[in-house]
Structures are given as structure tokens and as C-alpha cells.
Design a protein around this ligand. Structure first.
Ligand SMILES: [Fe+2]
Length: 364
């Protein structure tokens, strides 16, 4: 039986090799005349910023670039962007780059249009005024933020990651150009691609899942599982395209069904040891899949946990907590932090502090 659900598509998708060339037209069509181009430093070196600025200017759009933020954007970096944007009378923002660029664009949009700080928007739908329209151009294949109405942003003081969402934080349009993702560094791909895989696997079985998210997760898994190892060894446009669509579908699945215990256990590792998200995920995911023992997972692969470990090994991602520098005496505190993660609530098997401790012990 198909249970009731609600789904609202807010984002137009432009997919295809060379789709970036339509950036100027897309912006113009949406009434964008003055935009902030939020793009991390790596995009300058890759030549993507110069190209994007030219495409926008050729279409009659005035562009102010903003690059002053790091790999894990925080509230202080967002505030810098807001200060630059405030006097510009913008009518839109463009995020070009990895998840950090896209989340930074969304976050600047919140504080620019609604004031206050990102903490005010922690949770969902706390922005009273409309946000400005945005276009997203992802150049990595992982977070899936291009398919979501949430921005993940760290509190500059406490380092707590806040998920801040609102319907207006979804991109009006997203450009998925596989030519932009084939050149991502292997180490970046190894982590972000595995994160995308975890999104498909976790969103597939959450307590909040519905027929729509299940379809997205299933197709995401098919594309990602088929392409991940090939992309590690022989990246090409076709494989990049499959990874890009796979991570988009996985991101769209999360938007509808959220995540589970893997992300709940991974986040405290990042907060405590600075472990990169995809590496923390690789440590936890196979154990959580085994622990959850969901029949739907067997439809993805007859021995999914082993297959996931095999993929992580192919990418050289850590296999246990010791490999990310965790200390055994920290497990109790990590478990307490994991139990507080919002996303753990949607895990199909009830997840609490004792469950988190058990999972960390499995992963030790
Ligand atoms: Fe993730």
C-alpha cells in the first residue's frame, strides 16, 4: 500500500555536457540582473569563475564574486558574504562549486533577506520574508544540497552543524553539467561520492520514507553503485554524468525522507576529530546497514554491508574508528552526541544512546 505524502518540485534541472553555457540565459529568464556569485577558491583556479562571470555578463547580468569562505562554511563566513551583498541591491544569488559554495549561497540568502544570524533559521521554515531566487551549479558529486531546501552551516563558535531550511532555500534552477565534475580531485571524489552512496542507502529505509523517496533512492543507488569505482580509476563524462544524477536523486530522496543512524554517528566524529564527512560516513555505514537489517536493503544488493565496505576499500577510505584517530575512552561522549542528532530519529530501527554506543563498538 502506498502511504500518503506531499512532494513539491521547486527546482528546474538543466542537465547535459556543456549545460553551463546556458547559465546567462537561465539567470536572465528568472529576472536576475544583479547577482552574487558564491564560489570557493578552487573554482577560480579551475577557470570556472571567469567562465561563469563572462556567461552572466554577456547575458546582461551584473556579477559580484564572493570567495571568502572555507571547506566547512560557518556563520562568520556567511556574515562576511552578507556584508558584501547588503549594499548591492541584489535580485539573486548563484552558487558555483562543491557543497560548501552552494550552502554558503543559501545561507547568505537567509541573513541578507531576513536579517539576524543563521541560528535563527536552524530547523525548517523560520524565514518570514521571501528569499531571493538562486541558481546552483554543483561541481562535485556528493552532498546533494543542489536538490534540497536546506543549508548545512557550522556555528563559528560551537562548531555545531546546523541544518537550516525553508522552501525558498531550494534553488530555482540547477545546472548539472558532467563536464564540470570529471575534473574533481580523486581524493575529493572518493569522499563526496561515498557520501552520496550513503544518502541513497540511508534515505531508502528511513521511517519517513515514501514511494517517491524510495524511487529516488533506488535509482540513485543504481547509478552510483555502477559508477563509483569506475570514476575512481577512469573518470569520463558518462561516468561523471551517472555520479552527478545519482547524487542529485539521492539528495532529492533525503529532502523527502531524511537520513538515519549513519549520519547521526558520523557527525560527532567530524565535530570531535575534524574527520571529513565522507570518511566518517565510510567508517559507520556498513555497520549501520548490518545493524538495521532492513529487507529493502537486500533489494539493493544481497550482501549490501560487504559491498559498501568493498567500495570504501577501493577508495582508500578508513575502515574503523581507530583509523580516524578516535579514542576508546571517548565512545560514551560520542554516543551521547550521536543520540542528540536530529537525523537519528528517522532511523528505521529505534536509535538512542545505547544504540550509538553499540554501533561505535562495532566500528571500533
Ligand atoms: Fe552526508
Amino acid at each position: 500500500m502506498i502511504t500518503s505524502f506531499r512532494y513539491h518540485a521547486r527546482t528546474a534541472v538543466e542537465f547535459g555536457p556543456g549545460a553551463l553555457d546556458r547559465l546567462g540565459l537561465l539567470a536572465w529568464e528568472r529576472g536576475l540582473r544583479r547577482v552574487l556569485l558564491v564560489s570557493d577558491h578552487g573554482m577560480i583556479g579551475a577557470g570556472f569563475v571567469v567562465r561563469a562571470v563572462k556567461l552572466l555578463e554577456d547575458a546582461g547580468v551584473t556579477v559580484t564574486p564572493f570567495h571568502d569562505f572555507g571547506e566547512n562554511p560557518d556563520t562568520a563566513m556567511v556574515e562576511k558574504g552578507r556584508v558584501i551583498a547588503a549594499p548591492l541591491a541584489l535580485d539573486g544569488l548563484i552558487g558555483l562549486g562543491g557543497g560548501s559554495s552552494l550552502d554558503c549561497a543559501k545561507s547568505i540568502n537567509f541573513v541578507l533577506t531576513n536579517g539576524g544570524t543563521m541560528k535563527d533559521y536552524w530547523g525548517y521554515d523560520h524565514a518570514a520574508k521571501p528569499l531571493l531566487p538562486m541558481i546552483g551549479v554543483p561541481t562535485t558529486t556528493g552532498t546533494g544540497t543542489e536538490a534540497q531546501s536546506y543549508a548545512l552551516i557550522s556555528d563559528a563558535e560551537t562548531h555545531v552543524k546546523m541544518a537550516c531550511g525553508a522552501p525558498g532555500a531550494a534553488f530555482a534552477a540547477v545546472i548539472l553539467d558532467p563536464e564540470l565534475v570529471v575534473s574533481q580531485p580523486r581524493a575529493v571524489f572518493a569522499q563526496t561520492g561515498y557520501d552520496a552512496i550513503s544518502h541513497a542507502v540511508e534515505s531508502m529505509v528511513t521511517s519517513k520514507r515514501n514511494t517517491w523517496s524510495e524511487a529516488m533512492a533506488r535509482e540513485a543507488w543504481r547509478l552510483l553503485a555502477d559508477s563509483y569505482e569506475r570514476m575512481l580509476t577512469r573518470p569520463d563524462i558518462e561516468t561523471g554524468a551517472a555520479m552527478q544524477m545519482g547524487s542529485y536523486f539521492a539528495g532529492a530522496a533525503i529532502e523527502a525522507s531524511m537520513l538515519g543512524a549513519t549520519h547521526a554517528c558520523a557527525n560527532p566524529l567530524t565535530a570531535r576529530y575534524g574527520t571529513v564527512h565522507g570518511r566518517a560516513i565510510a567508517v559507520m555505514l556498513p555497520h549501520v546497514v548490518r545493524w538495521n537489517a532492513q529487507p529493502l536493503h537486500a533489494e539493493l544488493h544481497p550482501s549490501l554491508a560487504a559491498r559498501l565496505r568493498e567500495m570504501a576499500d577501493a577508495a582508500g577510505l578508513p575502515a574503523n574508528l581507530r583509523a580516524v584517530g578516535a579514542r576508546e575512552e571517548d565512545i560514551s561522549e560520542l554516543a551521547a552526541a550521536a543520540a542528540k542528532q536530529w537525523t537519528g530519529r528517522f532511523n528505521p530501527r529505534p536509535f538512542d544512546e545505547a544504540a550509538a554506543r553499540e554501533l561505535y563498538q562495532c566500528a571500533w
